[in-house]
Design a protein around this ligand. Sequence first.
Ligand code: SF4
Ligand code: SF4
Length: 490
Amino acid sequence: MTDLDQDGQSPADPLLHAFTPGMHGNPPELAELTRDDEVVPQVVIPVADVKTREFVEEWRNASYNCYSSGHKFCREVCPVMTETRNESWTPTAFHANVVAMERGELTIDDVAADYVNCTQCGACELRCPNTLYTGDFYRFRTRTVDVVKAARALAVDSGIHQEGYRSWNARTAERSHEPVLGDVPVGQDTVRDWADGLGIPVGGESILFVDCEAAFYRTSVPRAVAQVLQKAGYEFGLMGEQWCCGGPAAEMGYVDQARVFAEHNMASWRATGTKRILVLDPHDYISFTEDYPKYFGADFDLEVVLVVELFAEMIRDGRLVPDVAVDRAITYHDPCRLNKRKGIWKEPREVLRAIPGLRFEDVDRVTQWSYCSGAGGGLAVEKPELTAAISARRLDHAGRLDVDTLVSACPWSERPLTEAGDDVDIDVLDIHELLATSLGIEVGGTRGETGDRRLAQARTGAMGRVRRTKSARGSGGVGSDAAGSGSGHG
Ligand code: SF4
Ligand code: SF4
């Protein structure tokens, strides 16, 4: 509210008094603020804490824009909050901490561990009234994901480490690839093994970038993608020397490490004359479309193509004609980084609707705050039990649609979702694999230990588990036995 003096005049320095911009009756000087890029006048914090000051200066406006709304819209779509009901692990708290740091009431040491509890899914950003009511007009979006990333980076820069993050990043730095599985050899000499027998050259104008989970663990995914591209006559090669994209390191706050990976990959693309990167993983897509342009500016002049969008286009153009019926009742899992972060939800559905034989039951949450798998943003590294609980909740939603299969477009989501799917007898398949199957392609490769029981049953003749009734299904919980993926993505 505008605070007027007793005589009805406005105070000498209106910035000293709280007011509501745009309210009728505001004195004219409130419309003539010179520091119109500052929501609230800056509080001077001790110079000795230079890192915190720089952090606060950069993110204070984003955080002051959060008015800790009474309804806390963001909390009800936050997968972590939905599962834990912990007030310290909410978008609201993540913004309020920045304000408290500016006022010297908190240090990053006090709250660094709280910032682990975020999958960086972006649901809260879309649900926030700031985004809902001004986004269409001003292109404004609340920036919780960036605040979380920055807070984690401040922690690392200040020497505060979460033990899981620290060891995960140390192992990734050592191998140049994420430590996706204990027993799978992860390294430069095996990163292209998934492509054995497919006759794909190294280098070229278009390069297929294969994320670590798919390259070493779920190799059926890149094999499906590569063979679909070949069937469509699309020329592409493998990277000269592919390292981790660096996205998960950046998500956990290890920014310097992320840049080392990015610079290596850029140098490799330059060496092979690459102009276009084909991406099958939503996390890589975020790295290449958001992080790399920040690292390299105008020097990052490569085209980034999301494969599922390319496949939808090829189906539209008649270059791909799925004609092998797939007898499944499916629903689709929108990867957070495609739907909520990048607004890509139509093309995967176009692909699925082109596959004959499928009964497709869509979820009730599509274009806005779709359900999260719980595996993103490094949550599974520090809190696998929480990732498992969120994945179980996701599968519970799928089960209510009475489907036998959940289809995802993200290899990183597929491991925790698959583990949760085992508990409710729902298979988790990858959209690229499903498309390849409907094109008559024998995909090959590995899909991990768990997953497609219906396919396994067809191969071995052994019966799958009896399907649970809806009333017998639980929603899962933090105490679930299911193990998390241990991956940095999700
Ligand atoms: S982030 Fe948006 S929805 Fe959440 S408390 Fe802040 S203003 Fe409200
Ligand atoms: S990005 Fe997702 S997990 Fe993180 S605070 Fe927002 S809704 Fe919660």
